[in-house]
Design a protein around this ligand. Structure first.
Ligand SMILES: CC(=O)N[C@H]1[C@@H](OP(=O)(O)OP(=O)(O)OC[C@H]2O[C@@H](n3ccc(=O)[nH]c3=O)[C@H](O)[C@@H]2O)O[C@H](CO)[C@@H](O)[C@@H]1O
Ligand SMILES: C=C(OP(=O)(O)O)C(=O)O
Length: 428
């Protein structure tokens, strides 16, 4: 088990290239189950969530071959093998095996998904959708059993705007008989990416990216080739990091429109950002003004960037209020930031950040993926060395983060933890 060490205070310079989107990748891989021949996905990020899902595809009989960042998935030999335990518990996106296996085999057994603990993460809307399509869904000893004689298109109104439910229902509905309409659908760019892959496979989908998605079911889906979109959350994290500790940083391979709410807030703080077609150039500004942010469904401010943004606010003048309306308890990073001298209070679903403060290096723990990102932003600004444990969360979603930071001039390295440190970490 390793820990990440960062010596703070060094300004970052140069270019960082953004990888393929985690939250697309984790849906594109399960979507390949629906095809009858080889699906090739290009530009995948080298992160542990992708490895875990590749392993799951193999467990159900798929042939998966990795060539650099390209994955060749041959789904022809797959079966509806139950997956009640094991890898499915490691990540959130294993829930996409429900929709994809239901679509192809009309049955599936999938353990309840893991992933970041951000407070309760129910999947009632996924189940509502599957039931509306004609599936019988039961929860037996922590696994979801889904079966249907036939899937029939339906009109489904989501009571809560959910990325996972929107994609999962889409996965099941593309092979249902007749028309499905998903109302109050989520509009995240990753949903469009998955719809693009499914359309290349032969699915008939209209409206992905709006709040009404119309799907006309088809009998057969075939293999295809697809290139993934860049990761807007990784791009947002590096943009925040540039605002926090960059001198002049170029963020390459981004779709700037995907980052509009973040860029608007950074500009309000006084940061100068030049936008190119696929690049952002962020310039240093010493005196930053505090702002308030409120996370909302897309195209609002993304909850996944709330945690790293909180760290940036510690160096701004005044008080900034961060309110998370999506995950009201997504504040586990705050206790760790306080160890680094941050002045932050949590009140209900808001964190109130007072700045500017000089952060100090400390021993801290990443409790979830974006908590890890927030600690990295803080550590780069802090005086002295910060030791971050819990790297398994960070490695789920950030490709080669140590190397990317080092190339920007950060003093960053990994070390093996001692047996005593591992014991302390496991008991904390
Ligand atoms: C793998 C993936 O893509 N993960 C992202 C996805 O997670 P995920 O798909 O799990 O998040 P959702 O969009 O489903 O959740 C949004 C809100 O709806 C609630 N909800 C969701 C489903 C449901 O059946 N019932 C329900 O009440 C959730 O508790 C949450 O409050 O979107 C989140 C919100 O942008 C991001 O933080 C995650 O990075
Ligand atoms: C919460 C996240 O991931 P997941 O939904 O996979 O747990 C995230 O990407 O910030």
């Amino acid at each position: 088990m390793q820990k990440l060490l960062i010596e703070g205070g060094h300004l970052l310079n140069g270019k960082v290239r953004i990888s393929g989107a985690k939250n697309s990748a984790v849906a594109l891989l399960p979507a390949a189950i629906l095809a009858d021949s080889k699906v090739i996905i290009e530009g995948l990020p080298n992160i542990s969530d992708v490895d875990t899902l590749s392993g799951l595809l193999e467990e159900i009989g798929g042939k998966v071959e990795q060539r650099g960042k390209t994955l060749h998935i041959d789904p022809s030999g797959m079966t509806s093998m139950p997956l009640p335990n094991g890898r499915v518990k490691k990540l959130r996106a294993s829930y996409y095996f429900m929709g994809a296996m239901l679509g192809r085999f009309k049955k599936a057994v999938i353990g309840l998904p893991g992933g970041c603990y951000l407070g309760p993460r129910p999947i009632d809307q996924h189940i509502k959708g599957f039931e509306a399509l004609g599936a019988e869904v039961t929860n037996e000893q922590g696994a979801i059993y889904l079966r249907a004689d036939e899937l029939r298109g339906a009109r489904i109104y989501l009571d809560v705007v959910s990325v996972g439910a929107t994609i999962n229902i889409m996965l099941a509905a593309v092979k249902a008989k007749g028309k499905t309409i998903i109302e109050n659908a989520a509009r995240e760019p990753e949903i469009i990416d998955v719809a693009t892959l499914l359309t290349s496979m032969g699915a008939k989908i209209k409206g992905a990216g709006t709040d009404v998605i119309r799907i006309e079911g088809v009998d057969q889906l075939s293999g295809c080739m697809h290139t993934i979109i860049p990761d807007r959350i990784e791009a947002g994290t590096y943009t925040i990091l540039a605002a926090a500790q960059g001198e002049k940083m170029l963020i390459d391979n981004v779709i700037p429109q995907h980052l509009e709410p973040l860029l608007a807030k950074l500009r309000e703080m006084g940061i100068e950002i030049e936008e190119g077609e696929e690049q952002l150039l962020v310039h240093r500004r010493e005196d930053l003004k505090s702002v308030d942010i409120k996370t909302l469904v897309h195209p609002g401010f993304p909850t996944d960037l709330q945690q790293p943004f909180t760290s940036l606010l510690t160096r701004a003048n005044g008080t900034g209020v961060v309110t998370d309306t999506i995950y009201q308890a997504r504040f586990k990073h705050i206790d760790e930031l306080r160890r680094m001298n941050a002045q932050i209070k949590v009140e209900g679903s808001s964190a109130i950040v007072s700045g500017p403060v000089k952060l100090e290096g400390a021993k801290v723990k990443a409790t979830d993926l974006r908590a890890g990102a927030s600690l990295i932003v803080a550590a780069l600004m802090a005086e002295g060395i910060t030791e971050i444990t819990g790297l398994e969360h960070i490695d789920r979603g950030y490709e080669n983060i140590t190397q990317k930071l080092a190339e920007l001039g950060a003093k960053v390295w990994r070390e093996e933890m001692t047996p005593e440190e591992i014991e302390q970490f496991q008991n904390s």
